[in-house]
Design a protein around this ligand. Structure first.
Ligand code: ZN
Length: 179
């Protein structure tokens, strides 16, 4: 379910999530974010299309209706997909693999990756696993891919930690922000 993780992590780089700032404000931060997911080749011209994709993915995750999630995620997959085939994974088990079109640009490939992850999570886990972060200082969303299915925060280490949330509030108050 690594690709479901990619979809929610991309969505949660947006302003308003966790520490409030856009985590992909610059090309360098986009390059670093994608490197964490084993993807390279991001350039300045990719920044705006990736922000747009992030908004679209967010709308898909926010819809919560299974048909709307399915439609939205399928549209993202269609944007980047070239061929679908069966390939062995590292343990030799056959897996369905969606390969990008030869002419797909970076954002098309990310749309494919995120769309496949969302569709997989919807079908194996169900729409009730699509949730808002329970922290009142965070507008994040996530797909709970944990086995027990009781996750409440988009980033459990950050949003689920009261000390961090208190520090965040104090910082925001000190800077004159409205919470
Ligand atoms: Zn959160």
């Amino acid at each position: 379910m690594a690709t479901a993780g990619f979809a929610t992590e991309l969505v949660n780089t947006a302003p308003g999530v966790w520490h409030g700032e856009d985590q992909l404000a610059h090309t360098a931060s986009l390059v670093a974010f994608l490197a964490d997911h084993g993807i390279d080749g991001a350039e300045d011209r990719d920044l705006a299309p990736v922000h747009d994709l992030r908004d679209r993915l967010r709308a898909v995750l926010d819809s919560r209706d299974p048909d709307a999630i399915e439609r939205g995620a399928s549209a993202l997959v269609a944007r980047g997909v070239g061929a679908i085939g069966l390939e062995p994974d590292e343990r030799g088990r056959l897996q369905w693999i969606a390969r990008p079109r030869a002419d797909a640009d970076l954002t098309d490939r990310l749309a494919l990756l995120g769309g496949v992850g969302v569709l997989g999570a919807l079908r194996t886990l169900g729409p009730e696993r699509f949730r808002d972060c329970a922290s009142d200082t965070c507008s994040g969303v996530f797909i709970d891919t944990s086995r027990p299915g009781r996750r409440r925060y988009c980033m459990p280490d950050l949003c689920g930690n009261r000390a961090n949330v208190a520090a965040y509030r104090a910082r925001k108050k000190a800077s004159g922000g409205i919470s």
